[in-house]
Every structure is written in C-alpha cells, then in structure tokens.
Design a protein around this ligand. Structure first.
Ligand code: ADP
Length: 498
C-alpha cells in the first residue's frame, strides 16, 4: 500500500508540489517560480513549456528530497490557476500560442460587445458567470480569430483546448488524456453548469468548434495514469479542481452553509450551497464547487475582494509605516479602535457586491489625533468589512446563514485581523492547523478516488483547528462600525470619471 498522495499546485506565479501522508500532513514541498510575459499593456501570458517544466521538476524534487519513490505514491491530484487558456496540437502536443492568463484583458472589447447585444443574460443563466475577459471563452475565440491557421486546424479536429489542468493531464499521461473537471469547466464561460455540458448556443455565438473541447469529468475519479517513464512507475491520475474550489474542499467545507475565505493579495470567498446552484442578484458568481464520481454536483457562490493583503503591502511599500506585513498586527494592536478612521482600499475599484470600477481608495474620519496606528487598525477593519460585504450578499442571495467561516492564506496568520473578522461577522472564525488547503484539497480529491481515504467523514475528522476566534464585539459597537464603513464606501464610490 502506497503511503503518500502527490498534489500538484500550478499557480499563477509558481508551480508547487506537495506530498501528503495519510494523516493529511504535508511531508515534502517543492516550489519554482516561472516567467510572466506582458506583450502589451493589460496582456498577460505564460509559456506552456515553462508551466510543464516547472511543474514536472517540482514533482520530482518533492519525491527526491524525502527519498520517496513513485511506487509509494497512491495517486496524483491537480489544482491550478483557473481560466488560463491553452490550445495545442493533438498529434505533436505543440502549443499554437502562449497560455493566455486569467488576468489578461485582451478580450474586454469582445465582452463589451456581448453585453451590448444582451448576450450576457444567457451567459449568466447558463454558466453562472458574469461576461468578463477573465474567463476562458473569449480567450479561445481570440486564439481562433487571431493566430494564423488555428481556426482551420481546429475545425479539422487537429487541435485541443484546455485550461491548465487539462494541459498538465495531457503532459502527465503522455498525450493519452484530453479532459478537464467540472470545476475548471465551470470557469470557461462555455459550460452549462446546470445541464452539465458544453453549451451549444454559447459555442455558436463565440464561433468555437466543439472538436476543440476536452471531456468533462468529476473532480474525484480515476482518469488514467502517468506515462511510466515520467516518475519510474505509472501513478494514477485521480483528482482535479481549480484552486479556490480545491481550497474549499481542503477546508472540508462539505455541507451547505460552510464557507472559506482565503486572505492573500485579495480575498476569495466560497460558500457551499449544496446540490442547488443559486443565481446571485448581487454580482456574485455561481460556480461548481466539486463533484465526486457517482455523486451529484455540488455548487458554490463565489465572491472576490480585489485588495485585502495588498492594502497591508501598501502600508509597507507606499506609506512605509511598517517594515514587514506581519508588523501591522502590533501597530494596529497599540490602539483599541481606529477611532472613527475608515480606509476603503478601492485602489482598483470595488468588486462584489459594489461593482464600481470608478471607486478609488479613500481615507476618511481623520483628526489631529489620528496616528499611523489608527490607519493600520482601519486597514485591518477594511479587510474584514469588505469580506463581510461579500458574505452578507451571499446570505441575501442564498438564504443560507453562515455558521462559521474557515480561513486560510497569508494574512490569516494575523490574530487581530481574525478577531476583527469574527467581530464584524458575528460568527466564529476557524483557522486550521494545515493552511496548505489548496494542495490538500487536490490531494483529498485524488486520495478519495483511489481509496487512500475511505470517505469524506475521514477527511472531516482530519481537519484540525489551530484556533477559533469567537465574536466578542457588542452588537451596538458592531452596528456603529458597519454604518461608518457604509458611509465611507459611499465616499469612495464613483471617484474617477472617464
Ligand atoms: P498570494 O497568494 O496572493 O500571493 P499570500 O497568501 O502569500 O498571498 O499572502 C500574502 C499577502 O498577505 C500579502 O498581501 C501580505 O501583505 C499579506 N500578509 C501577510 N502576512 C500578513 C499579516 N501577518 N497580517 C496582514 N497581512 C499579511
């Protein structure tokens, strides 16, 4: 019996590989960054060969540094940067162009056109997504329309489209597999998340031939195996999920009403809504959370906040009032409150549920008594209050009341921030001992498929709490803080004009 699961975590700036043991503990981690390409303002690309080279190398390193052989790996699970789009030749594997990264804005005009035609309604109803250049569909259309020869080759069935998971499975299986999973499919703008199939109307509107598309599989299932010469012996390929969905699974948010928030540069919140996909009136996304083979699809509501940890970076790099991000905790703790100061870090506009591209950062309520400590405290308040705005919208859309919030990501190590989060939400915040939740989720999905773990209850038991933050703030204080925040958001709204 093999003792480990290998999780491949292919991110936007680096590839990581982590070996997990049966207790769900990371035993070996390897990571490599790779180059970002910005051929024009607003365009972002990756070289598909860099993605594969770094991912393959870190997988080998993770095994080698602990002297673990491929025979001791029960399965591989994959989690990936979502929406990033690749097309390659089915015979040679050669990419026709660089990977177009999720951040790339090159198809914004096409999205505007779809919206002007009113086609965004159909897209939302079928895919659960807003019509935006982030998602893969318009990137595929761009490749077909702009790279010479690609459309003709696609129509002859010679080419394959995939998100990063698809491409890695293709590479790992030596070209035997052209598949994706339901979570990645649900981010393409081409997949009907309710019907469970690629959508004929959207494909027709974007003029995308079906012959390009991968087969869509559950997130936990045995898909095939690695070519034997890659790691020595063949390893089953058995789990796939997009990064945020994998983190939700790694946090074992398995029942409706459970939610996780990842605090990084920005924050990603996902609320499990069970077997029901819920359409949002607040600009949240409806997405597939995962599917275990033989079981129904599980849905989630997703909302993101653009600037959370990045606001702390700004205190460090823009204002220079702290030397390192963790220092913000000590500075903010030196005062009991922000003393009426509010900071709305709308540096790039505001996302869900405000959706205001013209909002800009605002610092209000300053007096002669205001110090850098109040500004630090207002920054932590803002991170928590922005996340609260998304959770309130989720509650409004779903009718589901949050029971607790599970947290991860770099800034979740800040105890004061987590306490403020519990205070403004009025529900407990739970921080797990293992915060590698993205890779862990991919490992769990793979391990379940091969029987390395018998069932999800075993996973739920493995989830170990580092610390719970119970809400302590008086209701009246919370109301004052939230009311002030709402007024500050009004001040930030619509600040810049065309
Ligand atoms: P990403 O994956 O987006 O790069 P990470 O999960 O590595 O992000 O978290 C890094 C972010 O968290 C940075 O924006 C940093 O400013 C912030 N951060 C890190 N540690 C702390 C802390 N102790 N308190 C507040 N913010 C922090």
């Amino acid at each position: 019996m093999a003792n480990y699961i290998l999780a491949l975590d292919q991110g936007t700036t680096s590839s990581r590989a982590i070996l997990f043991d049966a207790a769900g503990q990371p035993v070996s981690v390897a990571q490599q960054e790779f180059p970002q390409h910005f051929p024009q303002p607003g365009w972002v690309e990756h070289d598909p060969l860099d993605i594969w080279r770094t991912q393959r190398d870190v997988a080998h390193q993770a095994l080698a540094q602990k002297g673990i052989s491929s025979a001791d790996v029960a399965a591989i699970g994959i989690t990936n940067q979502r929406e990033t789009t690749l097309i390659w030749d089915r015979t040679t594997g050669e990419p026709v162009y660089n990977a177009i990264v999720w951040q790339c804005r090159r198809t914004a005009a096409l999205c505007d056109q779809l919206k002007a035609d009113g086609f965004d309604r159909a897209i939302r109803e079928k895919t659960g997504l807003v019509t935006d250049a982030y998602f893969s569909g318009t990137k595929v259309a761009w490749l077909l329309d702009n790279v010479p020869g690609v459309r003709a080759r696609a129509e002859r069935g010679e080419l394959a489209f995939g998100t990063v998971d698809s491409r890695l499975l293709w590479n790992l299986s030596g070209g035997a597999l052209h598949i994706t999973d339901v979570t990645n499919a649900s981010r393409t703008l081409l997949y009907n998340i309710y019907a469970g199939d690629w959508d004929g109307d959207i494909l027709a509107r974007l003029n995308i031939p079906r012959a390009l598309l991968p087969a869509v599989k559950p997130s936990s299932a045995v898909y095939g195996e690695t070519v034997a010469n890659l790691f020595g012996t063949a390893i089953p390929l058995a789990g796939i999920a997009g990064d945020q969905q994998a983190a939700t699974f790694g946090q074992v948010c398995l029942s409706p009403g459970m939610a996780k928030n990842t605090y990084g540069t920005g924050s990603f919140l996902l609320l499990n809504t069970g077997e029901q996909g819920i359409t949002s009136d607040s600009g949240l996304l409806t997405t597939i959370a995962w599917q275990i083979a033989g079981q129904p699809v599980i849905y989630a509501l997703e909302g993101s906040v653009f600037i959370t940890g990045a606001a702390v970076q700004w205190l460090r790099d823009g204002l220079g009032i702290i030397q390192s991000a963790p220092e913000v905790e000590q500075l903010a703790s030196s005062v009991a409150s922000a003393d009426g100061v509010y900071f709305v870090p709308a540096f790039v506009g505001l996302g869900a549920p405000h959706w205001d591209a013209y909002a800009r950062g605002t610092l209000v309520g300053l007096t002669r008594g205001t110090t850098k400590a109040h500004i630090a405290r207002a920054t932590l308040n803002a991170i928590a209050l922005q996340s609260r705005d998304v959770l309130v919208a989720m509650n409004h859309d779903s009718g589901i009341t949050l029971s607790a919030l599970r947290v991860d990501g770099g800034a979740s190590q800040n105890d004061l921030l987590m306490q403020i989060q519990a205070d403004v939400l009025g529900v407990p915040v739970q921080r797990p001992a293992v915060t590698e939740t993205t890779a862990l989720g991919a490992a769990y999905l793979a391990g379940l498929a091969v029987g390395f773990w018998p069932d999800v209850d075993t996973l739920a038991q493995q989830w170990t709490l580092d610390r719970t933050f119970e809400p302590r703030m008086a209701d009246s204080d919370r109301e004052v803080l939230i009311a002030g925040w709402q007024r500050a958001v009004e001040r930030a709204s619509g600040w810049v004009r065309d």
